[in-house]
Design a protein around this ligand. Structure first.
Ligand SMILES: O=C(O)C(=O)C[C@]1(C(=O)O)C=C[C@@H](O)C=C1
Length: 365
């Protein structure tokens, strides 16, 4: 039997007592548990707005040392308090054997595994071994930082092989080098492929980490729902601007409520859904276009610097004219109008010249 078939067989849906199975699952709470009052204030406001599952990071894997690395084990007592006072289910991130045991011992309902951990088969196996005999726990596995679907499936398979059947995937996007619109590139084709291979695997989207900024939470969540994701895990903090981690991507419980209430839930899986998928592909193409353009402008600025140092003119008529006729012909070969591409390239050239002039007029060497 292949790995895929095994995973296909008997993964259970993410159903929880008191949580409406007909609506997308929403898990919300702060990036990090910071203090008992921050945890409880946030949880109570979320519960008041109808959120049933509370998340909070206790152990925080940070990119560099020196950042806030979580409150550790004492945060688990605060999660117990959340359960007692609000009746919410609780979820936290685990990254090793010790975390799993401590979280399970203190009654955490859902464990999630972060992107850096799911990229590491040794860590995944350690977690899977710690989960043996705890078949009723729910485990959500974020995609690995790198866009490798086999690694993602492999991580879930280790959990499955430990006997856990309540497994879900979380799509949080993929790390990239440089500055981009998204903190983590969505690369939606990867969760789409995951769904194609394992149709009964619940997949949630994490718009907070994908977007990296509050404004993107709503649009990304809507896209995810339009694409048939089963739920969302969203960071919410009672005082986001003062958050000790990921402040820019957290929203207050009331803002979250507003976002959730404006999300449109699709009723049918018919032709409009197909359109949503195609629009998604258009969005992906546009994102790529923007990134390519931004790279082109960075090269133009380097040329600008060279021209400054060698006292050259910015506009090079000969090069411009050759480039335009080349692009015209290339466009025709690719089935587009040459005139259309000339219009586009005129605008691109204009911006390139503008950026070079800015470099030339700047005081930096
Ligand atoms: O090739 C150069 O010299 C550039 O500065 C690049 C570039 C371009 O954007 O393509 C910009 C200005 C010139 O008029 C010609 C071309």
């Amino acid at each position: 039997m292949t790995d895929r078939q095994q995973l296909l067989q008997d993964i259970k849906p993410l159903s929880f007592d008191g949580v409406n199975p007909d609506k997308p699952l929403v898990i919300a709470g702060p990036c990090s548990a910071e203090s008992e009052s921050q945890v409880l204030d946030t949880a109570k406001s979320l519960a008041k707005n109808g959120i049933k599952i509370f998340r909070a990071g206790i152990w925080k894997p940070r990119t560099k040392p020196g950042g806030f690395e979580g409150v550790g084990i004492k945060g688990l007592l605060w999660l117990q308090e959340v359960k007692k006072e609000t009746g919410m289910l609780t979820a936290t991130e685990v990254a090793n054997h010790e975390h799993v045991i401590a979280a399970l011992d203190s009654g955490v309902d859902i464990l999630w595994i972060g992107a850096r951990t799911s990229a590491n088969p040794f860590a995944m196996q350690e977690i899977a071994d710690a989960l043996k005999g705890h078949n009723d726990v729910t485990v959500l596995v974020k995609n690995p930082v790198n866009p490798d679907i086999e690694l993602w499936i492999g991580a879930m398979l280790r959990i499955y092989n430990a006997g856990v059947r309540r497994i879900g995937a979380i799509h949080r996007g993929f790390s990239t080098y440089g500055k981009h619109l998204f903190r983590n590139e969505p690369q939606w084709h990867i969760p789409i492929e995951l769904h194609r291979r394992i149709p009964n695997l619940p997949i949630l989207c994490d718009p907070s980490h994908m977007g990296g900024k509050r404004e993107l939470i709503g649009p990304i969540s809507q896209q995810a729902l339009d694409m048939g994701f089963n739920g969302l895990i969203i960071e919410s903090h009672c005082n986001p601007d003062c958050a000790l981690s990921d402040a820019k991507q957290q929203v207050t419980p009331d803002s979250l409520n507003l976002i959730i209430n404006t999300l449109v839930l699709r009723q049918t899986k018919q032709s409009t859904e197909n359109l949503a998928l195609l629009r998604q592909h258009i969005d992906e193409c546009d994102n790529e276009l923007l990134e390519v353009l931004s790279r082109r402008m960075a090269i133009a600025r380097e040329i600008g610097q060279y021209k400054k140092e060698h006292n050259m003119q910015v506009v090079q008529a000969q090069r411009y004219s050759t480039m335009m006729s080349q692009r015209h012909n290339q466009a025709e070969e690719l089935g587009m109008s040459g005139d259309f591409i000339e219009t586009v390239m005129q605008a691109v050239h204009e911006e390139s010249v503008r950026q070079q002039i800015r470099v030339i007029n700047s005081n930096a060497l």
